[in-house]
Design a protein around this ligand. Structure first.
Ligand code: FES
Length: 212
């Protein structure tokens, strides 16, 4: 993983109010939980006390409660109650705070900040995700590969005529004009490509360069 980035890790509908959900992300078993007010917590899935799975826990008011000895944590991962020490305890619970991750939810997507620095700002997202005049849906499709392979695959147009010769790559269009890549700003990339039959012409790298 590239550190110090926001990563889209869940869809909002996967985590309803009052729900606890275990999910493996970043090679780590994490626990997600949503309070009655809608705030989301994300932390390492093992309770710091005796390493019980917090994914088996439940929400109690706005706290996640460990199933083993009932220790409670708020949405930031802070330990707020240790039953065995009693409500009147003036103990410092800092030693039990969860190893938590910053969370940001927008446009129906839950983002988690993965890194050792503080988040640099809000996640990048497409404007249409928060434009109420648009609707969109999602498809879950699990690929058992590193995520960098998936990105590479989406950008690789030269395999279309071979791997997908009877669907999206039909027509024997083996010559690739592009892929063109154009940076619109420091964080936004536009890319396009057009394949055509090879009649001996030169490929045109900039043929489909938007605006140019
Ligand atoms: S293991 Fe979680 S409270 Fe003891």
């Amino acid at each position: 993983m590239i550190k110090n980035q926001w990563y889209a890790v869940l869809s909002s509908h996967q985590l309803k109010k009052g729900q606890v959900l275990g999910a493996r992300r970043f090679g780590e078993n994490l626990v997600f939980y949503r309070t009655g007010k809608g705030q989301i917590g994300c932390a390492n899935g093992l309770c710091p006390h005796r390493k019980a799975s917090l994914a088996k826990g439940r929400m109690e008011k706005d706290h996640i409660k460990c199933p083993f000895h009932g220790i409670e944590y708020d949405a930031t991962g802070k330990c707020v109650y240790i039953p065995s020490e009693g409500k009147a305890a003036a103990a410092d619970y800092a030693r039990f705070h969860l190893e938590s991750y910053p969370v940001w939810e927008i446009g129906g997507i839950v983002f988690v900040w993965y890194g050792d620095e503080e988040p640099s700002g809000e996640p990048d997202y497409f404007d249409v995700m928060v434009d109420k005049s648009f609707t969109y849906d999602q498809v879950d499709d699990l690929w058992n590969v590193d995520y960098s392979r998936v990105i590479e695959n989406q950008l690789d147009v030269s395999h279309l005529a071979f791997v997908h010769h009877n669907t999206i790559g039909r027509g024997g269009k083996t010559l690739c004009n592009g892929p063109m890549v154009r940076w619109l700003d420091g964080n936004t990339m536009q890319t396009s490509a057009n394949n055509e039959k090879d009649n001996g012409q030169d490929y045109d790298f900039g043929l489909f360069c938007p605006g140019g």
